[in-house]
Design a protein. Structure first.
Length: 329
């Protein structure tokens, strides 16, 4: 079995930046491969609004881990500004950036930015074309339906032709864009195994149909992870913290495509083929299932849920490094 890469989404929410930095520097010491930031807006005690800013902070205190967005929402960024910020972060980190990007879905966030929810996919396609043009050619002369851009980018990113571009999301069009416009697909933590396998199949079919023959060597997967000394302790933490996120956020008006109230209050139904929750042995068994059934090569552990203490996340990093990593290396 190839070595499984393991990454982490640390504690979230802007006022926890110092704790997050502590977790990230510790994760690098412990041998984690990557660190990721999500993007959501105006959520109390959860999520960061500005993932690239936070990753720039992490870049100055780390030297090895990949710094990724999982996921940055394209609709709230001008493509030139985004291309520049990603390129600069790549320079600051000496070529450690992976850009996970998606079209977004939360109505209140679009209202906050005064951006239309409609046509966000068509705008996204223009954004990607502009960004890739700036990174690879340096100069862009673009006139589309949504953007008109003329000029060049300085400095260019360190990674050539550009930092890995992974598209997240689930719809048919999204899976087509991931297959034809990006380097990879990065599915989120909310999908169960059946949905993941179906998405992977469509993604690969779309690549073949587009004549893209380069093999996909990395299969990233974000999962909600709670590891503790015992299965029971992990389960109690899940009841206390994970369920808050699913009940109040996903099922609380977010209009998530497949987490609704009927499932968001039932931990057993949610856990099935979706979460990694338990003591070390249980977690290793669940991870192995995703490796064997899905082909996962890069596990991104989302560790923070509302109220989850920083001290527990620190403990989880130690448990993963000591008890989980050796089983896959």
């Amino acid at each position: 079995m190839a070595r499984l890469k393991i990454g982490v989404i640390p504690i979230e929410g802007g006022h926890y930046y110092r704790e997050a930095l502590e977790e990230v520097t510790r994760a690098e010491e412990l041998g984690f491969d990557s660190v990721w930031m999500e993007e959501h807006h105006a959520v109390t005690d959860h999520y960061w609004p500005s993932p690239l800013t936070v990753l720039a902070g992490f870049a100055t205190r780390t030297s090895r881990v990949v710094l990724g967005t999982d996921i940055l929402v394209a609709a709230f960024h001008h493509p030139v500004r985004l291309a520049e910020d990603v390129a600069l972060l790549d320079v600051m980190s000496n070529g450690r950036v992976t850009l996970g990007i998606a079209i977004g879905y939360k109505p209140d966030e679009f209202a906050l930015y005064g951006v239309e929810l409609e046509k966000r996919g068509a705008r996204f396609e223009e954004q990607l074309q502009i960004m890739k043009g700036l990174w690879t050619d340096g100069h862009v002369s673009f006139k589309g339906r949504y953007y008109t851009v003329e000029g060049r980018l300085e400095p260019p990113p360190v990674q050539r032709p550009h930092p890995p571009l992974w598209i997240g999301g689930w719809g048919d069009l999204t899976l087509k864009r991931a297959a034809t416009l990006a380097d990879n697909w990065i599915p989120g933590p909310t999908a169960d195994l059946k949905r993941l396998l179906e998405g992977k199949r469509r993604f690969l079919d779309n690549r073949r149909a587009a004549g893209r023959t380069a093999p996909i060597t990395e299969w990233p997967l974000t999962r909600d992870v709670i590891i503790a000394d015992t299965d029971r302790a992990a389960r109690e933490l899940a009841e206390r913290h994970i369920m808050v996120a699913y009940r109040n956020e996903y099922a609380g008006g977010w209009r998530h495509p497949f987490i609704d109230a009927s499932i968001a209050t039932d931990l057993d139904r949610l856990m099935a083929d979706r979460f990694i929750i338990g003591g070390p042995e249980q977690c290793v068994a669940t991870i192995r299932r995703f490796v064997e059934a899905y082909g996962m090569t890069h596990l991104i552990c989302r560790t923070f849920f509302p109220g989850m203490p920083h001290t527990h996340i620190q403990r989880e990093l130690e448990l993963i490094a000591r008890e989980v990593m050796p089983a896959f290396r």
